[in-house]
Design a protein around this ligand. Sequence first.
Ligand code: FES
Length: 272
Amino acid sequence: MNKILKKAFFSSNVVYFEVEAPLIAQARKAGHFVLVKVGTNGERIPLTIAASDTTKGSISLVVQRVGVSSAKLCALNEGDYITDLVGPLGKATHIEKYGTVLCAGGGVGVAPLLPIVEAMKKAGNKVITILAARSKELVILEEQMEANSDEVIIMTDDGTYGKKGIITAGIEEVLLRERVDMCVTVGPAVMMKYVALLTKQYNVPTMASLNTIMVDGTGMCGACRVTVGGKTKFVCVDGPEFDAHQVDFDEMQMRLGSYKEIEQKAMNQYLT
Ligand code: FES
């Protein structure tokens, strides 16, 4: 049982939690994630650790309310307990001094991108961060990104904040302007697919952090499998980061949508 120390709303559907987890806070590195369960028979949700505080013994998680399980988690308040929290899981991000690193995050993918931005900056890279959202109220962690980046570019679909346009427009603007040695992208599968297609044209090595369905988180169940370079990989133990130019994003998207109808039914039941 892990106590919720702080809860804040980034938007009506995106919640920030600071959760007591001293051992995970000490052990975690950029790229690591946890599996969270609400209720004894609850579904397990993978969430990347956005930040940690070893003095307080806490980790920060950002949750988007998309289905019943995330809705149950978002309904918890400060002082409540999360039934199960397991981690840190996955492989840590490979951090080195590449030169110029372009970090591109969309939606709540910006949360897992934050520790990567921090680590890339700490390693001595020039970090250009692009944050993309549908509109102004969905742009998150801007201040924290500013503190760890040489430049932050905001893109909104409707133009209510930053520049109007999708993430690839912001990326291409940078790629046309200067040399980029590494790109890291986190966000919806379709977004990462198009980021990868674009950076491939410019021969920029690209890492994508994948967020698939997960059950055990230890490489046993196969729920998180993806195809990378024609081979089956498990996101929970082989990832979550992979060479974006090798990931079969269409297959990943199809697998992510397999339970849509059941999820919708469950959500309707939960709301009634
Ligand atoms: Fe079961 Fe990855 S979550 S194999």
